[in-house]
Write a protein of this length. Sequence first.
Length: 334
Amino acid sequence: MQKDLDRALLEHGKIVEAYKAMYSGEPKRDWRTYEQRLALRIKKAGEEMEPLVEKAYSMIKASKSGEGQPEKVPVTKKVLVLLIKDIFQLSNRKMANLLAMFTLLTGIDISYKTVERCYSDGLARMTIHNVFVLMMRKKGIRNPRASGDGTGYSLTITRHYRSEREKELKAGKKDGSRRKTGRTKKAFVHAFALMDLDTRMYVGYGTSIMSEKDAFRKAMSMAGDAGISPQSVRLDKYYSHKSIVEHFGRDTVIYLIPKKNATIKGPAGWKRIARSYVNDPFNHMHEYYKRNNSESGFSSDKRSNGWKVWQKKDDRIDTALLCKGLWHNLLLMG
């Protein structure tokens, strides 16, 4: 078995070329109608958004201390403010000015500083999490054919995650979340999404200032808490290590490409991955490359919601990214 794995890994490049030649005729996205479809999806999401947020907040049982000033803006309105602000990529000041124009319609009249503080509201963050859960229940997602991938959102204007990540990989660096400029400064924040391939919706979403693997663990935790147990999952080489099987159930089929120095030693789940790759490489590659849907999902997210996070505090950065992940699902509700 080890010799077969070594031979397959040695011939991996040829297998990939043959695979791409076989499936090169698959249909591509029609970008001419993309903007029209996006506008319709935003309209549909707007209709679904408020009822979902109200129901998600009703799932929270919070005791009131009776101390301090009463909240100027209800929690559900805070969540709506954050979501509207994100989809239209507005600054805090522009969002506050927009709300001032529609005070009679929205019932919200707040300053740009209040908008920023909404990102730190714990109940708002819990409500956003609950909306994720409600959408999964509404779609009846329990045992998805899943795909997982991570990306980064820039915390600076001048640095783009994809180009910086490519530079770091060439230089052999392991983590692009921080850079040195005389002192430690955050350049990127990581996000990981576990996607249901049938609906293209995120069934697990995690964020982290520290690393993509930390974001992955949070995404798996969200999926587990929602009762999601993937029947299969596709991950890139970053997760090609034997301990990956510990994050999934015994019956979950995992598709990934083993590293060049991989061995068959390890748990039964890892042996099953190696056996699938060796015995039927074309089918294995066909399933593995469905992971491209995750890459396309992040590309779509950044196109519709922007590739930069403007918040500076860690908890607010986390909330901003959760809004981007939530919008991905809202736009697929129709």
